[in-house]
Design a protein around this ligand. Sequence first.
Ligand SMILES: [Zn+2]
Length: 396
Amino acid sequence: MEKATQQQTKAHNSQLVLKTIYDQGKVSRAEVARLTRLTRTTVSDAVTDLRTKGLVEEVGYGERARGKAPILLSVVNNSRHLIGVDLASDEFRGAVVNLRGQIIRAVAFPISSPSGEAALALAYKLIDTLLASSDGPVLGIGLGTPGLIDTEAGIVLQAVNLDWQGLPLSQLLTDRYHLPIHLVNDSQAAALAEYIFGGGHSRRNLAVIKVGQGIGAGLVLEGQLFVGDGSSAGEIGHLMVADNGLVCRCGHTGCLETVASAGAIIRRAQTLARGSKESPLSLLAPEAMTLEALGAALEANDPVARQVTAEAGQYLGRAVAMLVSTLNVQHVLLIGSITALGTPLLKVIQQETRRQALATLAEATKIQFGHFGLDAVTLGASALLLTHELGLSFAR
Ligand SMILES: [Zn+2]
């Protein structure tokens, strides 16, 4: 064998062994050999290599089948730190995360100035703070950013809210921090978090729909984040769903974002409340109309809250029906600030999906809320490092 090929094989085996130990929690060398179908010698060599790197440790003895009780191996969860950054929320958020997605330190900074330069300076400040607070070896920095991204080139093509256009974010961060940098959009990051840290990887496919100020979907297909040919798979927020609709920030009219984003729902509720005699929401000051207030009003069966939820849910249901029909994905998770509307929203989306997609497909599809709330993007961004830097494959 060529030397390069030998080294590749060794690296591949080592990744496979690490992944197996990662998945099993605690496992003996013999069991790793059985699961990976590698020889015991190969497994032993890989384990030695992983122990030298501090990634794997021996953690006591397992049940003895016959003869000596086997030594159990486990991944050292804090042996590497991951930096995950979320630039797509109302504030810039980030965390130092361990290999299991447990947050060691979290930081958030309010976005004060709307200029692109200020946003970049704030991102630097956030990452500086996180790196300073990490006391372990850092594997790299993963980022979930809003807008259109060229994932491979690490360029933010367009993020309107941050005033970034053609920003070579990966290169800027590599020059500054000399660490591996990985970049996806916020919905894609969130999908990865749910898949890798949220127990999602018992399934093959997962769609995560994030609804906040924007709307986007992240897709994990066959265990891998699917970003599409131009890194923009899941840009469902700008599908036209409303005829004669409002003008969207993208320049088109009637986009899903104009009728089902957090801002759209709140504006619609304000309008409906103004004309309502029955809804206590009409007594609210316009700035007190929030998704939380609507969520609370739904529990009291408020007519305005019910109507806006029904309308937004129908539009979102159409988007879900489209995803389900195109991909036959059976697990759909809803995340983002819209989850404040709770189960009533979920019910409308489920009904609408059943109405707009083939019954067999829709009935086999579970639509639920995600697990991670505000941390989803941060965790998913950090998970990028598990796949890219440690070679942990979650593909099935
Ligand atoms: Zn649009």
